[in-house]
Write a protein that binds this ligand. Structure first.
Ligand code: FAD
Length: 489
C-alpha cells in the first residue's frame, strides 16, 4: 500500500484516485476549487442548470467501467441516453445538415447534398473505424513515460497507418465533395482544440465515435458523471480535500517526498500525480532547476489549443427551432481558424449551442438552458483582451440573422472568457485541451505521463496522453494509476 497524492480533482484525477484506491492504495486528492470534476462543472443560475465543459458525451463505457471499478452499480448513479440524430448544422444560406449515428439516415441525407459522400459513406465509416481501432490498440490504454515508449516497431507501424501526414480536412475531402459536409466534419478538430487544416487525419477517429458509436447525454445533466466519480472515490476511502491549493512539490535528488499546501501544511507522498494542466501546474509546483527536461523555455514553446468564449443563457420559455446540439456555421471556416491561430477573435464565429433541456426538461423547467460556445484564442501577453459584452453582441446579432432572437428571452446570463478558464481551472493560457494537436510533433508527442526528472511524479489529464476530452482524460487517469500500481507490485 502506497500513499498517493493527487494534485487536482478533475475527471482524470478522480479516475486515477478510484483505480488506485481499488488496488488498496491510500489516496488523497487536493483540489483548489470547492467542486470536484474540474472543467466538468455544474452551474445553476436560478432554476436553470448548465453543464459547463463536456456537453457532448461519447464512449459512455469508459465512465461506466470507472464506477464499476469502485464496486458500485453505475445504473444507481448515471443513466446515459443516446441521441441518434445528434447534431443539427445550419449554414449561412440556411441549409440544414444533421449528423446522426444512423448510417441509412446519413446516406439518404447525403444523396442530394453530396452524392459522392453518399456512395462512399460505408467506405468512410470503415476507414474511421480502422483509425479508431488503431488508436484504441496502441494509444488510448497505455501511458507514454519516455521516448523509449515510441520505439516499439508495432507502434511505429501503427503510427504510419494513422495517416499522420494528411490533414483532417484533406482526409474528409477524399470521401466527400460538398464543402458543407466537409465543414461539418472538420469541426471535429475543435474537439481536441485544433485546426482541421493542420491537425493530422488520425483525429478523424472522433467522427467514428459520434457517427458510429453515438452521442450520449446523462439524465439530470452530464455533470452527474463527476458526482458519480466523487461517490465512487469516497466509497473506496479516497480522501477528497476541496478548497486546497497545492503550492509546491518537495523534491530532493530526483525524488519527491510530498506536497506543500498553500496553508503551509506538508503532506507526505510516495507517488504524486499532477492532474492540473501540466503546462501550468508542473512549472508552478516544481523549481525549474529540479526539472531540467521541462524548462520554462520548453513550456513557452508549446502552442496552446484553442480556448472558448461561453455564454450561459437561461430563456423565458422554449425556442422550438433549437435542437439539443445545434451549430450555426461561419461563412469562411478557414479564415476563422487563421484568425484563431493569430490570436484574434473571429468576427464571424461558428456558434455551437447545447440546450440539454431539449432532451431532459427537468434540468431547466422554466425554459431553454443555452450553453453557447464559440472558439476563442488562448490568452497571451501579446493579445488584446476582448470586451466580453461587445463580443456577446456579435454572437447574438449573428443568431438573429439565423432567426434566433435569444436576447429578448433571456432570464439569466453569465459569460466565461478564456481568462476565466485560465484562472478557474488553472488552464495553460486558458486553453481547453493544453497543447494543441496541430503540429505532428505535438499531436503524437504530447508531454509524457511521467516526469523525466523526478521519478515519482506523474501526469494525468487533458494536456498529456492520450489527450483531451472527457473520456480521454478518464483513460489518462486510469493508465497512470495502472502504471503506478505495477511499479509497486
Ligand atoms: C467550454 C468547454 C467545453 C468542452 N466540451 C467538451 C465536450 O463537449 N465533450 C468532452 O468530452 N469534453 C469537453 N471539454 C473538455 C473536458 O472538459 C476536459 O478535457 C476534461 O474535463 C479535462 O479534465 P482534466 O481532469 O484533464 O482537467 P481539469 O478538468 O482541468 O481538472 C484539473 C483540476 O486541477 C485543479 N488544479 C490545478 N492546479 C491545482 C493545484 N495546484 N492545486 C489543487 N488543484 C489544482 C483545477 O482546479 C482543476 O479542477 C470541454 C471543456 C471546456 C472548457
Amino acid at each position: 500500500m502506497k500513499n498517493i497524492v493527487i494534485v487536482g480533482g478533475g475527471l482524470a484525477g478522480l479516475s486515477a484516485a478510484i483505480h488506485l484506491a481499488s488496488e488498496g492504495h491510500q489516496v488523497k486528492v487536493f483540489e483548489k476549487n470547492e467542486h470536484f470534476g474540474g472543467k466538468m462543472k455544474s452551474i445553476d443560475l436560478g432554476s436553470y442548470h448548465f453543464d459547463f465543459g463536456p456537453n457532448t458525451i461519447t464512449m459512455p463505457q469508459v465512465f461506466i467501467e470507472t464506477i464499476k471499478k469502485a464496486g458500485l452499480n453505475p445504473a444507481d448513479y448515471i443513466s446515459f441516453k443516446k441521441i441518434e440524430h445528434h447534431t443539427r448544422n445550419v449554414f449561412p444560406d440556411g441549409f440544414v445538415f444533421d449528423l446522426s449515428s444512423s448510417s441509412s439516415f446519413m446516406k439518404e441525407q447525403l444523396k442530394k447534398l453530396d452524392p459522392k459522400g453518399s456512395s462512399r459513406y460505408p467506405e468512410f465509416l470503415k476507414k474511421i473505424e480502422s483509425l479508431y481501432t488503431l488508436s484504441h490498440k496502441y494509444f488510448l490504454h497505455r501511458t507514454f513515460e519516455s521516448f523509449r515508449d515510441y520505439l516499439s516497431p508495432s507502434l511505429g507501424r501503427a503510427l504510419l497507418k494513422v495517416r499522420p501526414n494528411q490533414t483532417m480536412h484533406d482526409f474528409f475531402h477524399t470521401y466527400f465533395e460538398n464543402p458543407k459536409t466537409i465543414q461539418a466534419l472538420d469541426r471535429y478538430a475543435t474537439y481536441i482544440g485544433s485546426n482541421p487544416y493542420v491537425a493530422p487525419a488520425t483525429f478523424a477517429m472522433i467522427a467514428y465515435l459520434e457517427l458510429v458509436e453515438g452521442v450520449y447525454y446523462v439524465e439530470g445533466g452530464n455533470t452527474k458523471i463527476a458526482d458519480a466519480f466523487v461517490q465512487a472515490a469516497l466509497h473506496l476511502g479516497v480522501e477528497l480535500f476541496g478548497h486546497k491549493m497545492v503550492s509546491r512539490i518537495e523534491t530532493s535528488g530526483g525524488e519527491a517526498s510530498g506536497v506543500y499546501l498553500e496553508s503551509g501544511e506538508f503532506i507526505h507522498a510516495d507517488e504524486i500525480i499532477i492532474n492540473g494542466d501540466l503546462l501550468k501546474a508542473y512549472p508552478n509546483l516544481v523549481k525549474e532547476e529540479d526539472r531540467p527536461s521541462f524548462t520554462n523555455k520548453r513550456v513557452r514553446e508549446y502552442e496552446p489549443s484553442i480556448s472558448g468564449f461561453v455564454i450561459l443563457a437561461g430563456l423565458d420559455g422554449k425556442m422550438e427551432q433549437l435542437h439539443h446540439h445545434h451549430l450555426f456555421f461561419s461563412n469562411n471556416y478557414k479564415k476563422e481558424f487563421t484568425q484563431l491561430q493569430n490570436g484574434e477573435y473571429p468576427g464571424d464565429p461558428t456558434i455551437y449551442i447545447c440546450t440539454s433541456s431539449k432532451s431532459d426538461p427537468t434540468v431547466s423547467p422554466n425554459g431553454d438552458n443555452c450553453f453557447i460556445l464559440v472558439n476563442a484564442p488562448a490568452t497571451g501577453k501579446d493579445r488584446v483582451p476582448i470586451d466580453p459584452e461587445a463580443y456577446k453582441e456579435v454572437i447574438y446579432k449573428k443568431l438573429e440573422r439565423f432567426g434566433l432572437s435569444i436576447r429578448e428571452k433571456i432570464q439569466v446570463e453569465k459569460i466565461y472568457t478564456p481568462e476565466d478558464l485560465r484562472v478557474d481551472f488553472g488552464a495553460f493560457r486558458g486553453s481547453i485541451y493544453g497543447p494543441a494537436a496541430n503540429k505532428k510533433k505535438d499531436a503524437f508527442l504530447r508531454p509524457f505521463n511521467r516526469s523525466q526528472d523526478i521519478k515519482n511524479v506523474w501526469f494525468a489529464g487533458g494536456s498529456t496522453h492520450p489527450g483531451g476530452g472527457s473520456p480521454m482524460v478518464v483513460l489518462s487517469g486510469q493508465n497512470v494509476a495502472r502504471a503506478i500500481h505495477n511499479k509497486h507490485s
